[in-house]
Design a protein around this ligand. Structure first.
Ligand SMILES: Nc1ncnc2c1ncn2[C@@H]1O[C@H](COP(=O)(O)OP(=O)(O)OP(=O)(O)O)[C@@H](O)[C@H]1O
Ligand SMILES: [Mg+2]
Length: 369
């Protein structure tokens, strides 16, 4: 098959999958496609069903309803080892009594692959994860990050079409975690394999994924590229789970033909971009991300009424290193939190100062509630 055709093919199709554990609906009518060669992340809070979905794809859990297809074939009747998948479990599950080489060779030996082929493929897999020369080490003689790579090699040696990774970086300290994020992404690109990656860390999902499915309570909330999900969250859950935002409820005062609308929040006018038309008077939620607001000292010039700025008083200032966080109280309307870059002008603004807080209507999302 030509490479470009293969790229556009669906690797994993999840069709109306539900999974109940007694009275708990771990997955509730979930449907989406994962494309071949895609780095696809499942992102959501603890207990939202990420592991259950991943285990269902790998064959470790049987859905209560629905179908899962890989490369166009239903796999529900197949045992885990018969599926074109490999799973890396959150707690790695390496064999402590075996050395690195035997851990990696395990899957091939189970399949009775001949010794020469096994030896060659194990060395290739170790090279892929940059652990050449570590074959003889015991599992207790390597670091956490190296164990993580052994787990990767052990899965990759089987040449899976789809690799399922359940929070594989969860146990690593931040520095190593960031380093492994880059490594994993490199490896995925190099192999052109389909990765389904589970994480509850939004930054990690953002940095690594082609697309992200945001889950909550067993349901998909939104699927999109990191930028789509960040810039255009479809509901309150997605808007709050990813990034930091002022969430402000108001009523539509004016709907404009260009897709922007003006809402009234306790007397403050906020212009934003509505994803769907809303009637005047309808209730809407403005998502004003902290860093999408600008702050400037003084603020006496008047551009009132456009819905893109307000005068305010700084009630709290927090130094965060890369950013400065200001809590601002406008004359009317709700408190607005602003994250400003750490610049000289920003550092000069103090608690109690009068400021102007402004924003672009295109950067503010208005969600129907
Ligand atoms: N074997 C089981 N028996 C009963 N309930 C289960 C079982 N496995 C999972 N659950 C429940 O299903 C829901 C989803 O669990 P799941 O492990 O998929 O969540 P998760 O998103 O992976 O969470 P975490 O981020 O904490 O790993 C939870 O309410 C959990 O308690
Ligand atoms: Mg889990």
């Amino acid at each position: 098959m030509p490479a470009d055709k293969a790229k556009n093919a669906v690797a994993v199709a999840i069709h109306r999958v539900s999974k109940r554990f007694g009275s708990v609906a771990a997955l509730d009518d979930v449907s989406f496609d994962i494309m071949r060669g895609e780095f696809f992340s499942l992102l959501g809070p603890s207990g939202c069903g990420k592991t259950t979905l991943l285990r269902s794809i790998g064959g470790f859990e049987a859905p209560t309803a629905g179908d899962i297809q890989i490369d166009g074939q239903s796999v529900l009747h197949l045992a885990p080892y018969a599926r074109p998948t490999n799973m890396i479990f959150q707690h790695l599950a390496l064999f402590p009594h075996m050395n690195v080489r035997d851990n990696v060779a395990f899957g091939l030996r189970m399949k009775r692959t001949d010794a020469a082929t096994t030896a060659r493929r194990v060395e290739e897999a170790l090279a892929l994860v940059r652990l050449e020369g570590y074959g003889d080490r015991g599992i207790d003689q390597i670091s956490g990050g190296q164990k993580q790579r052994v787990a990767m090699a052990r899965a990759l040696v089987n040449d899976p079409a789809v690799l399922l990774l359940d929070e594989p970086l969860g146990a690593l300290d931040l520095q190593l975690r960031l380093q492994m994020q880059v490594e994993l992404r490199r490896l995925q690109r190099q192999l052109g394999a389909t990765f389904v990656f589970v994480t509850h860390d939004q930054g990690e999902a953002m940095a690594m994924s082609d697309r992200i499915a945001v889950m909550n309570s067993g349901r998909i909330q939104q699927i999109g590229t990191p930028a789509e999900i960040y810039e255009r969250p479809v509901n309150r859950f997605v808007a709050t789970f990813i990034g930091h935002a002022n969430l402000i409820e108001g009523r539509v005062a004016e709907q404009r033909a260009d897709g922007t609308a003006l809402i009234d929040v306790e007397g403050l006018r906020v212009a934003g971009t509505a994803q769907a038309l809303a009637a005047p008077g309808a209730s809407m939620l403005a998502v004003m991300r902290y860093e999408k607001l600008q702050i400037e000292a003084g603020g006496n010039a008047s551009v009132a009424g456009t819905g893109t700025s307000t005068l305010a008083t700084v009630s709290e200032k927090t130094y965060m290193g890369a950013a400065l966080r200001f809590v601002c109280r406008p004359g009317v309307g709700p408190t607005l939190t602003v994250d400003a870059p750490n610049t000289e002008a920003g550092r000069a603004i103090c608690e109690g100062d009068s400021v102007r807080v402004s924003w672009a209507a295109s950067e503010i999302n208005l969600l129907a509630e």
